[in-house]
Design a protein around this ligand. Structure first.
Ligand SMILES: Nc1ncnc2c1ncn2[C@@H]1O[C@H](COP(=O)(O)OP(=O)(O)O)[C@@H](O)[C@H]1O
Ligand SMILES: Nc1ccn([C@@H]2O[C@H](COP(=O)(O)OP(=O)(O)O)[C@@H](O)[C@H]2O)c(=O)n1
Length: 228
């Protein structure tokens, strides 16, 4: 059977990571979180005192950090120059700087190389913002997840509770601001590919979304038994 490549895009809190990991685990595919790669390079810029609003400085440094993603869906990893950054890349500082860094074309060129190299190694579920449109336009199946800003903010605040005191409204505002930056940038903005299937997850459970994606993959791959 031809190699299965599943592209899952959409804004924050729509369920990309949870869905992609579960689909990859169930279908025996690898898993790549491209958002974690953009967060990792952003973490490195902040850690090295680079002004993330200075696009030229960010572009000059884009090839310096060595970013490696582990693609086991049951235990994804991300390192920068050998250091595990899975915790530090989720801080509010990184979250608020990542859209500026990821808008820089040199950063995107570097990340896209890493992403295409990972996909070239075999079956994989890749999640992000521009996977179906730019990174892997020949993916077997393309999904674009959506959900209302209220549902997305509620999901994100559920995760943050106990870690950082952030109101639901502040979370919603931050999400909407990041969506606008990610959709409005010049290079490879967040967008649904013409041939992607849009799934609105607002009223769906995670299990329902996973089942829906698996059905689409099986239909597309056309060989139910071989995929499972
Ligand atoms: N369909 C769903 N219904 C309710 N909660 C969900 C659903 N999908 C994901 N979640 C929860 O929402 C949060 C954000 O999901 P995540 O997969 O990280 O989204 P994304 O990768 O798109 O930002 C997680 O806590 C996850 O468990
Ligand atoms: N393919 C991708 C993936 C992420 N990103 C950027 O990386 C940021 C973080 O992505 P993420 O998937 O970790 O974000 P969450 O949805 O988990 O909050 C996004 O807001 C984008 O700015 C991107 O530009 N292109």
């Amino acid at each position: 059977m031809e190699t299965v490549v599943v592209a899952i895009d959409g804004p924050s809190g729509t369920g990309k990571s949870s869905t992609s990991r579960a689909v990859a685990a169930k279908l025996g595919l690898r898993y790549l979180d491209t958002g974690a790669q953009y967060r990792a390079i952003t973490w490195w810029m902040l850690d090295n005192g680079i002004d993330v609003d200075d696009a030229e400085a960010v572009a000059d440094a884009a090839r310096k950090p060595g970013i490696v993603s582990g693609t086991d869906p049951s235990a994804p990893t991300i390192t920068v120059d050998g250091t595990d950054v899975s915790g530090p890349i989720r801080t509010r500082q990184v979250t608020s700087a990542v859209s500026a860094v990821s808008a820089v074309p040199e950063v995107r060129a570097r990340m896209v190389e890493l992403q295409r190299a990972a996909a070239a190694e075999g079956g994989i579920v890749v999640e992000g913002r521009d996977i179906g449109t730019t990174v892997l336009p020949d993916a077997t199946v393309k999904i674009f997840l959506t959900a209302s800003p209220e549902a997305r903010a509620a999901r994100r605040s559920g995760e943050l509770r106990g870690k950082e005191a952030v109101s639901l409204e502040a979370t919603r505002e931050a999400l909407v601001k990041r969506d606008a930056a990610d959709s409005g940038r010049k290079t490879s903005p967040m967008a649904k590919a013409d041939d992607a299937v849009e799934v609105d997850t607002t009223e769906l459970t995670l299990e329902q979304v996973v089942e829906c994606v698996i059905t689409l993959v099986e239909e597309k791959a056309g060989q139910k038994q071989a995929v499972r």
